[in-house]
Ligand binder design. Structure first.
Ligand code: SF4
Length: 261
């Protein structure tokens, strides 16, 4: 078995944005007590990093109580929150800075029209810049970008914006037409030729930057596995491998490795 796992826990399917490339799994969310059991079960393996994501994790009403529980049980675990930032105000940001090690949010374009086409709503960039200002040098920041037909020429401008901040990593993902996002394949999906062009632009940016920049062009993640709000688990190729609410995590991972999933 792996010595240390990187886990993404999608704590809720709820979201207050409507990104057309979103492929979140929609399912019932677990109660706080169930989620504490999920974490206890997870504690049987060594985790390097745990990311709380969604949907929008800040819409899970017991999020900070769950994080307090996680912190009490495992104070040294690296905890990340993956948020769209829409409801972050001073008070929520203070709690994020206190309780998490890393905040991750998305910048898909510096152009409001493109952000609206993608489904991020109006004035998304203004909000994002406000969040960048709020967390600069107070918490590690990671930026995600989903590359698609609309933002394919926006990378230089995104780079110019974020290089002014202390960004620890910029991850660029290729749009994946899976789950609900498959409806928008024709609008968003970039072919291999366009993807190679993006890769070249990114390689050039890497040469002039101190920032760590990654381009993920395939449907496979560095994440060891994903947990969904109903406790179901998928591997890094998004195949279901069990449910952590009714099976021990070590059993699920043993099965995963024995069946090469
Ligand atoms: S913010 Fe994230 S979870 Fe919400 S719709 Fe957009 S991609 Fe999906």
């Amino acid at each position: 078995m792996n010595s240390s796992y990187i886990v993404v826990w999608n704590i809720t399917s709820k979201c207050n944005e409507n990104c057309k490339f979103c492929f979140r799994k929609k399912c019932n969310e677990s109660t706080l007590e169930e989620n504490k059991k999920i974490f206890d079960n997870l504690s049987n393996i060594k985790m390097h990093r745990l990311t709380l994501s969604g949907g929008e994790p800040l819409l899970y009403k017991d999020l900070f109580e769950l994080v307090n529980y996680i912190r009490t049980k495992n104070p040294s675990l690296i905890l990340t929150i993956n948020t769209n930032g829409k409801i972050i105000d001073d008070d929520i940001m203070k709690q994020i800075i206190e309780k998490f090690d890393i905040i991750t949010f998305s910048i898909d374009s510096t152009n409001d029209t493109t952000n609206e086409k993608i489904g991020r709503g109006k004035k998304h960039l203004d909000k994002t810049i406000k969040i960048l200002d709020m967390c600069n040098n107070k918490i590690k920041i990671k930026i995600n970008t989903v590359v698609n037909k609309y933002n394919i020429d926006d990378f230089e401008e995104i780079y110019e914006l974020i290089k002014k901040y202390s960004i620890s990593r910029w991850k660029i993902f290729r749009f994946l037409p899976i789950r609900d996002a498959s409806k928008y394949k024709d609008d968003f999906y970039i072919d291999d030729i366009a993807s190679d062009k993006v890769e070249k632009i990114i390689d050039t940016m890497k040469l002039k930057s101190n920032m760590i920049i990654n381009y993920n062009k395939i449907q496979e993640y560095k994440t060891s596995f994903f947990i969904f709000p109903d406790g179901s688990i998928e591997n890094n190729r998004l195949q279901k491998i069990g449910n952590i609410l009714d099976t021990s995590i070590t059993e699920i991972l043993k099965l995963k490795e024995n069946s090469n999933l």
